[in-house]
Design a protein around this ligand. Structure first.
Ligand code: DOR
Length: 415
């Protein structure tokens, strides 16, 4: 039962509510959380903006998203965080929690004012899209993050090793005649940051991990008690560099899709809890930024509106990942890692952020129906089974399938 914006009671026989949403036969779960989203706002709103990204999140079943600071300008000062939050409060239909940059302009030269950024409302620090290449800066970043109790979220890519590369290193890169990125570019930064986290006691969160070596290192570090957490994207769980041959630039991203063996290790890592979160790395680009050949295409794909269907269809329904595991990676685990104290669980006193999922719904991905301005996905036309059918944020329905019976539900729905 919900009152205002909170869950006030949970049980089978709560019949005295004013409005009843009939979800019989469906899965009612804590509102899903995506901790890695590019909203491109401010600065590149032709790709996405806060309102369109939030609607895409709602349609995908996400009630809370964390937005990456690699906008124009980069979110590296409390003033920029304040402006962003003002805009979010004005136009977003889901919760959007900003991350602040680790370094000024994400240039890897000087740390931002972590304390001031935290005070302004960031939930973590990231230079995503770029890496903090300088170990001494990263060392100090982790010490400060420990003092403040916020994670450092790292895009792990050694820029010297990956320089000039287009896709994963191997036979496919060779056949296509492009320079390949070995998984060493990720592993070397992951290894370094695990050492730094172990030494400083700071919390390192590794973004969009892509390789077997990374999974193994994180598993070992966790066993030793190092404060390391990790996220994986649906595309790294479902595709390999071979898919670049069929699907082209919509399979180009950083880190790149790797081998079947890497993909299987990621699945294993998610299944055994080594990997904590499923995050989309939703990276919208304009058509003309992707349709320029593999070499010149922008990195990244959109993910908010396909993530749930893809994971259910290809991992949960075939029994590769349990539904409990998938939901944990979208709910209480990200909530715990990023300090969202009243999110991620259906429990009394928690926020009334709720997603209803129809596990059996057959549907086809159609980018024309996306709320996202980005249509750059390799999954267009995919036939999927399972979908979020209603998204509620703070007690208000912000999105629902057209045929969902919402009689009596008036507040906030745009269905
Ligand atoms: O493929 C990517 N695109 N990886 C990133 O880390 C950044 C992102 C973007 O901002 O487009």
């Amino acid at each position: 039962m919900i009152d205002q914006n909170k869950i006030i009671a949970i049980g089978p026989d709560l019949t005295d509510g004013e409005i009843v949403i009939d979800a019989r036969g469906k899965l009612v779960v804590p509102g899903l959380i995506d901790v890695h989203v590019h909203l491109r706002d401010p600065g590149q709103t032709y790709k996405e903006d806060i309102a369109s990204g939030a609607k895409a999140a709602a349609q995908g079943g996400f009630t809370t998203i964390a937005c990456m600071p690699n906008t124009i300008p980069v979110i590296d000062s409390p003033e920029k965080v304040n402006n962003l939050i003002k805009q979010i409060e004005k136009v977003a239909c889901v919760n959007i929690l900003p991350m602040g940059a680790i370094t000024l302009e994400s240039e890897g030269r000087a740390l931002t004012d972590f304390r001031a950024l935290k005070k302004a409302g960031v939930i973590a620090f990231s230079d995503d899209g770029k890496v903090v290449q300088n170990a001494e800066l990263m060392y100090r970043a982790l010490i400060r993050s420990k003092e403040l109790g916020l994670p450092i979220s790292q895009h792990a890519e050694d820029l010297y090793l990956s320089s000039g590369t287009v896709i994963n290193d191997g036979e496919i890169a060779f056949r296509l005649g492009v320079k390949g990125d070995t998984d060493l570019s990720e592993s070397i930064i992951v290894a370094r940051d695990i050492l730094l986290a172990a030494h400083t006691g700071g919390h390192i969160h590794i973004e969009h991990i892509s390789s077997e070596a990374t999974v193994a290192m994180i598993r070992e570090a966790k066993a030793k008690g190092t404060k390391v957490t990790a996220e994986v994207t649906p595309h790294h769980l479902l595709l390999t560099d071979e898919d670049v041959l069929k699907l082209g630039a919509n399979c180009k991203m950083r880190p790149p899709l790797r081998t079947k063996r890497d993909m299987e290790s990621l699945r294993q890592g998610l299944a055994d809890g080594t990997i904590d979160c499923i995050a989309t790395d939703h990276a919208p680009h304009a058509v003309e930024e992707k349709n320029v050949g593999l070499l010149n295409a922008a990195n990244g794909i959109v993910g908010l509106e396909t993530a749930v269907g893809l994971i259910l269809t290809y991992l949960v329904h075939p029994g590769i990942i349990s539904i409990e595991n998938a939901l944990a990676a979208w709910t209480y685990k990200p909530a715990q890692i990023f300090g969202m104290e009243t999110k991620g669980r259906l429990a009394e006193g928690f926020d009334a952020d709720i997603t209803i999922i129809d596990l059996d719904k057959d549907w086809t991905v159609d980018t024309e129906l996306f709320y996202s301005k980005g249509k750059n996905t390799p999954f267009d036309g995919c036939k999927l089974k399972g979908k979020a059918i209603l998204t509620m944020v703070a007690g208000k329905v912000v999105w629902a399938e057209e045929n969902f019976n919402l009689e009596g539900v008036s507040n906030g729905t745009d269905a």
